[in-house]
Design a binder for this molecule. Structure first.
Ligand code: FAD
Length: 506
């Protein structure tokens, strides 16, 4: 572990209230120093355009400080624990581990080291998002909470910023469901869970979306008992078959998952919390009580629009986010909204994509249009679920759709590594145009990239079959699925006649 990296991202200090009022007139002002805001600011500055960035808390936003980075860091720690459990299958035993048959966890987890590992990872990446780096690029960074005072005017502390264009990239925060009693217990969200130095004994997680499931698997693998409560189905926005595989894997590892389970009450109980749930579909519900040591809320995200005084700039918004057109412009044409606050897919790479897209519009006045079909999404459970483009559900009423499929248990690399659960499904038109793909299995988030490119470039299945994948790689599942498109061609009588005819010519 590196000792040189800072242990955490520092919060930005707002300017002291006594500072003399000043007015800045950059070309662009960006509100929010997360993935979206930082991308826009960096591109502007690299072209020498004067830009002011306002951040009220920490540079790097949610992804770096309380989102993608710490969640992947804790999953990495959990993978090491899981590898110890799986080791006997490979003839590898941890010290004192009595073969593959030992019950419980044959290892100890020092959770404060897990905490330090998470903070070290954040600290190692933080300089890339730091004030120093951005000031070095030519961005003027201001600490404090920004709000609109006019259509193109933003106030932060005693500083007034008037700009030709304004970019809102204020992100989102955990949505807290109105469960009676929740406010009476010290519930956890992603904003505090990575600060914990002790493994919870029994963590109850409300919500089985990507955040809830990633943290459920991580904590379970590190030795905590975990119960997940979901009002509908796990990974409700994903391919059902893929989601079911993730669910059964987590359950086989020891996570308890209740679907169609509505939390109706939360109360303090001896040394923990007690959650009452109504389980079942329709009117047929059964009441159960679950006791745990801690409760975490991972039940969706609320957009950060409060306190921005959007009305003063004529910007429309609702509960789901700031309303934008396909070019990310708000109802005020001089103002853009990007990333989580714009109410679409909530991912870091989507915020970055928006940031780069609007930079083209602001710098070169080029028409821009978001292309949502090229945006991949990944849930980093083990197995991972990754998808891009149209889903099977979206295509179910489209005629002549082909579904090409290949399973990881027929992939030699997966067999060698004993990670054979999962599959790829590719959706194409009858003529072989690639419309979408979903992968559940090892490294799905890496393998999906090829399919994102295929969709972005309008490729056909034949483009994939003429591509050579190294052997043995997990990516071969995609090529094998593509070859399935031609299944049946070998039995085609016309083709056979052509081959026989050509044989006559020696
Ligand atoms: P943010 O990163 O939230 O940045 C917004 C910034 O604006 C914040 O720093 C905030 O302090 C600041 N701000 C807000 N209001 C004001 C104001 N009035 N004045 C000044 N500043 C303000 N995405 C992935 O792609 N991959 C993942 O693996 C992944 N994992 C995740 C795991 C978790 C636990 C969570 C919670 C999220 C995860 N995400 C992941 C989603 C990802 O974090 C977000 O989509 C991404 O951070 C959005 O970027 P953004 O720029 O829109 O907003």
């Amino acid at each position: 572990m590196s000792n040189s990296a800072p242990q955490n991202t520092p919060s930005l200090e707002p300017a002291p209230p006594g500072d003399a009022p000043q007015t800045l007139t950059p070309d662009v002002v960006v509100i929010g120093g997360g993935s979206g805001g930082l991308t826009t600011a960096a591109v502007m500055a690299s072209f020498g355009v004067p830009v002011v960035l306002i951040e009220k808390h920490k540079m790097g936003g949610d992804c770096l400080n309380v989102g993608c980075v710490p969640s992947k860091a804790i999953l990495a720690a959990a993978k090491h624990a899981h590898a110890i459990m799986e080791g006997p299958k490979f003839g590898v035993h941890a010290k004192g581990q009595k073969g593959a048959k030992s019950k419980g966890t044959p290892f100890d987890v020092d959770f404060s080291t897990v905490h330090d590992h998470i903070k070290d990872v954040i600290g190692t990446i933080a300089p890339v998002d730091s004030v120093e780096r951005y000031e070095g690029l030519g961005v003027k960074v201001l600490g404090g909470e920004a709000r609109f005072t006019g259509p193109q005017t933003v106030q932060v502390g005693n500083t007034t910023v008037k700009a030709r264009r304004v970019v809102i990239a204020t992100g989102s925060r955990p949505a807290v469901p109105p469960i009676p009693g929740l406010e009476t217990v010290p519930y956890i969200t992603n904003e505090v869970i990575f600060d914990r130095k002790e493994l919870p004994e029994h963590l109850i997680i409300v919500g089985a979306g990507p955040i809830g499931l990633e943290l459920a698997q991580a904590h379970n693998r590190l030795g905590a008992k975990v119960t997940v409560l979901e009002g509908f189905k796990v990974l409700g926005r994903e391919d059902r078959e893929a989601a079911e595989l993730v669910k059964s894997t987590l359950e086989s590892e020891g996570v308890t998952i209740h679907e169609h389970a509505l939390a109706t009450n939360v109360a303090n109980a001896d040394e923990g919390v007690e959650v009452t749930i109504a389980v079942g579909e329709g009117d047929d519900k059964e009441t159960q009580t679950i006791k745990g040591s801690h409760i975490m809320v991972a039940a969706g995200r609320a957009v950060n629009v409060e306190g921005l005084d959007l009305e003063k700039a004529g910007i429309d918004y609702d509960r789901r986010g700031i309303k934008v057109d396909a070019g990310m412009r708000t109802s005020n044409r001089k103002v853009f909204a990007i990333g989580d606050v714009a109410g679409g897919l909530q991912f870091t790479h989507v915020a970055g994509y928006h940031g780069a897209l609007i930079a083209r519009s602001i710098l070169f006045r080029l028409p821009i249009k978001q292309n949502a079909t090229i945006l991949p999404k990944t849930t980093y459970t083990d197995p991972e679920v990754a998808s891009v483009g149209a889903t099977e559900e979206e295509l179910k009423n489209t005629p002549d759709i082909r579904i090409l499929r290949w399973a990881f248990h027929e992939n030699d690399r997966a067999i060698a590594e004993r990670t054979t659960e999962g599959f790829i499904k590719v959706f194409t038109t009858k003529r072989g145009k690639i419309l979408g793909a979903v992968i559940v299995g090892p490294k799905a988030g890496e393998i999906i990239s090829l399919w994102g490119l295929a969709i972005a470039k309008g490729m056909k299945v034949s483009d994939i079959t003429s591509w050579v994948a190294a052997y043995p790689t997990l990516s071969e599942v995609g090529r094998r699925a593509a070859v399935e498109y031609y299944k049946g061609a070998t039995d085609n009588p016309t083709l056979r006649k052509v081959i026989t005819f050509l044989q006559r010519f020696g």
